[in-house]
Design a protein around this ligand. Structure first.
Ligand SMILES: Nc1ncnc2c1ncn2[C@@H]1O[C@H](COP(=O)(O)OP(=O)(O)OP(=O)(O)O)[C@@H](O)[C@H]1O
Length: 331
């Protein structure tokens, strides 16, 4: 019996390569490495590298002028970096194949004032080249709270309403990655809460999000991971758990004698301020740790007035990271 011909062998190996590639996890939504950008004498981005996984929500934080918008513009192919590489959804930045799958809300948004909200959205659907039914477009306007103003000209919109329209533009073509540069800067508290819900629904649908926001509480509530930029560099990055550390337990107690204090200290690192005792809980405290502790304290005659979970806020951590950076690391 004769073996496979060379052509059959080649076809089989191509088949195997195809299967191996199909089994590989998809490329990250954002991958960037060694990004640098200088505007005349001003270094805006100084060696920035990070990734956003598929379906991951990543917050980009940092003080004014840290380089957040510059990084976003480089990622989207709107600014040419002096050095570094970018790939979006597995394609080089600026490649039309990835652009159609990316939604973007710029920091400074302005839409054609003579068009209605419906017309602006339809225009962006046409530009995206993705088929989105009129019904879906209408739903998208409703999602951002503009159902009642769909037929009104954008020229008469408030800033917050224009920002809502910008969100609709970013979301309408069913993107796999959404980049939002300060999406709530013009929104009232209800609008901010709406955006928070919107981000959570994107997360449920496995849409990756890169979110630049000064509203740290917002970032803390919705983001899986955070990248902190300072003076054009990544000052810190990680999951909230990694950046904020473990959980703490704060208790207001009376009648704590030496024995009770030893019991408290046996649970985790103990600090005391008057009658407020704070314990840094171990990384993975068992479900019984806190109830057992309280039961033992009561047995020891301690009066327990309050027990509440506590954790360093992202805002406190961000300030600590930025203040701890030595000047030589800052350009
Ligand atoms: N087109 C430009 N020409 C000159 N300098 C620029 C330009 N764009 C940004 N810069 C400078 O680059 C640095 C980073 O700016 P960038 O807008 O990226 O910061 P940011 O972190 O987004 O700030 P903010 O939080 O205030 O929006 C700043 O010093 C800024 O002045």
């Amino acid at each position: 019996m004769s073996g496979p011909t060379a052509a059959q062998g080649d076809a089989r190996s191509l088949d195997t390569v195809g299967r191996v590639l199909a089994d590989l996890p998809p490329a990250p939504a954002v991958w960037c490495w060694g990004l640098r950008k200088r505007y005349r004498r001003q270094v805006a981005v100084d060696g920035v590298s990070f990734t956003v996984g598929r379906g991951e929500v990543v917050g980009l934080l940092g003080p004014n002028g840290a380089g957040k918008t510059s990084v976003i513009k480089i990622l989207l192919g709107l600014v040419r970096p002096d050095a570094g590489d970018v790939s979006l959804l597995g394609q080089p930045a600026g490649d039309p194949r990835s652009r159609t799958r990316v939604g973007y809300l710029p920091e400074l948004f302005r839409y054609q004032p003579w068009l209605t909200a419906t017309e602006v959205l339809a225009l962006h659907v046409r530009l995206s080249g993705i088929a989105v039914s009129t019904e879906e477009q209408r739903e998208c306007l409703a999602t951002v709270g503009l159902a009642d103003r769909a037929g009104d000209r954008v020229g008469g919109f408030s800033k917050g309403m224009q920002q809502r329209l910008g969100l609709a533009v970013a979301l309408v073509a069913r993107p796999d990655l959404v980049v939002l540069d300060e999406p709530t800067s013009a929104l009232d508290p209800i609008g901010r809460a709406d955006v928070r819900d919107l981000l959570l629904s994107l997360k449920d649908r496995q849409v990756a999000v890169l979110l630049n926001s000064h509203l740290i509480g917002e970032v803390e509530r919705v983001c899986d991971r955070v990248v902190i930029l300072d003076k054009g560099q990544v000052a810190a990055s990680g999951t909230l758990e990694e950046l904020l550390g473990g959980h703490e337990l704060r208790m207001r107690l009376d009648g704590v004698d030496a024995q009770a204090e030893a019991r408290l200290a046996a649970t985790g690192r103990l600090t005391r301020s008057g009658n407020v005792f704070t314990i840094a809980l171990p990384a993975d405290p068992g479900a019984a740790t806190v109830p057992d502790l309280i039961a033992d304290l009561v047995d020891l005659g301690v009066r327990v007035h309050a027990v509440e979970p506590a954790r360093t806020s992202l805002e406190e951590r961000l300030l600590a990271i930025l203040r701890a950076r030595p000047d030589e690391e800052r350009r």
